[in-house]
Structures are given as structure tokens and as C-alpha cells.
Design a protein around this ligand. Structure first.
Ligand code: ADP
Length: 200
């Protein structure tokens, strides 16, 4: 039996999912696939993809499902993602869940666990304001943060209901020290029998 670790981390902006996702991926020896990071790297490097998504991401809107899906499929098709990966920022709406389901089904695969990082709204907003000061992300202004949170509530939160029905969601309290939160996630994954995947 091949052990796999195909994971998704979901949480509102400012929930710390990027930080925790990177820690979990590192602990399990699997690659992180963050659509936000891919877009930011391409914008910074001035690639054609970056030019295409610059204005959309800066306004807090979502990039098209087609384009985002293509990027994720390409990345997940690489060898290092064969037995495990941690998705951060994708899927972000119900259509993207369908697209990912299709891609995984073609490979006889499915997500092994969905980590929901739960953080009170006031705390997320506070963290985002701090990040805006520290990192100067162009999409971290008050107005655009509000828009991204609204899109999260209306489009992204519903994907959790789908995964909840499948019994794959672990809801993790996202308030605490970084180490405490990482330990909670690792404990939940361990309880599901998810550990470092065997090399394929
Ligand atoms: P956030 O802190 O808003 O979760 P991310 O780093 O995940 O930020 O994403 C930054 C931006 O990249 C999003 O606001 C959106 O414009 C775009 N983006 C990221 N992931 C997706 C996706 N799955 N579908 C569409 N657009 C996306």
C-alpha cells in the first residue's frame, strides 16, 4: 500500500495558512502548491502570466478558474507531487473543487485531508493590517482586504461543506503560538494516519 499525503489547507485571509502550510509541508517532506505565491512570483518577475494577473490580484478579485486550474494541474503533474502535496489557495470556489476532483480522479487519487484553520474575523483583520505594514502587499489595503474576506465568505467557505460531507475536514483552532498551531495540525493528521508519504 502506498501511503499518500494529499492535503489542502483552507482559512480566511490572515488565518496564517501560508505559514502553517509551509511548516506542515516541510514536516511531511511534500511540496507546497500555493497559487497566491505563483501569481506573486510571476508578477515580481514580470512574466506574461504576471502581467495578465497583476491588476486582478491587486483589486482583490479572483483570477479565472481556467488559468488557475491549468497552473495547478501543471504543478501537480510533476514527479515530486506524485505521493503528496499541500495545496494552499486552491481550490477556492466550488467550480475549482470540481476541476480538482476531475484531475485527481484521473489518477485514482483524492484529497486525504482538508485542514480548516479557524480564526475569529477580528483577529484576521488585525494580522492583515500588520502584514500590510511589514510586507507592503499591494492587495493588503483596508478596502481590498474587506473585499477578499467577503469573497472568502461567499465563495470559499462553501467548499468546506463539500469536503465536510466527505469526512475529510479537520477544523483547527488557529489562535495560539505558531508551534502550538503546527502541533494541533500534526496531531489531527496523525490521527488520520497521515505521515510522511513513502517515496514513489
Ligand atoms: P489571500 O491572502 O487573499 O488568501 P493568496 O496569496 O492566497 O491571498 O492569493 C492572492 C491572490 O491571488 C488572490 O486574491 C487572487 O486574486 C489570486 N488567487 C489565488 N488563488 C486563487 C484561486 N484559486 N483562484 C483564483 N484566484 C486566485
Amino acid at each position: 500500500m502506498t501511503r499518500t499525503a494529499r492535503l489542502l489547507i483552507v482559512g480566511p485571509q490572515g488565518s496564517g495558512k501560508g505559514t502553517q502550510g509551509a511548516r506542515i509541508a516541510q514536516a511531511l517532506g511534500i511540496p507546497t502548491v500555493s497559487t497566491g505565491d505563483v501569481f506573486r512570483a510571476n508578477i515580481a518577475a514580470g512574466t506574461p502570466l504576471g502581467e495578465q494577473v497583476k491588476a486582478i490580484t491587486a483589486a482583490g478579485n479572483l483570477v479565472s478558474d481556467e488559468l488557475t486550474g491549468q497552473i495547478v494541474r501543471d504543478r501537480l503533474s510533476q514527479d515530486d507531487a506524485a505521493a503528496g502535496f499541500l495545496l494552499d489557495g486552491y481550490p477556492r470556489n466550488l467550480r475549482q473543487v470540481q476541476d480538482l476532483d476531475g484531475f485527481l480522479a484521473e489518477r485514482d487519487a483524492h484529497l486525504d485531508a482538508v485542514i480548516e484553520l479557524s480564526v475569529p474575523r477580528a483577529e484576521s483583520i488585525e494580522r492583515l493590517a500588520l502584514r500590510a505594514k511589514e510586507q507592503g502587499r499591494t492587495d493588503d489595503t483596508d478596502e481590498i482586504i474587506a473585499k477578499r474576506l467577503a469573497i472568502y465568505e461567499s465563495e470559499t467557505a462553501p467548499i468546506l461543506d463539500v469536503y465536510r460531507e466527505r469526512g475529510t475536514v479537520d477544523t483547527i483552532d488557529g489562535v495560539g503560538t505558531l508551534d502550538e498551531i503546527t502541533e494541533r495540525i500534526v496531531a489531527a493528521l496523525t490521527a488520520r494516519g497521515i505521515t510522511r508519504p513513502a517515496a514513489v
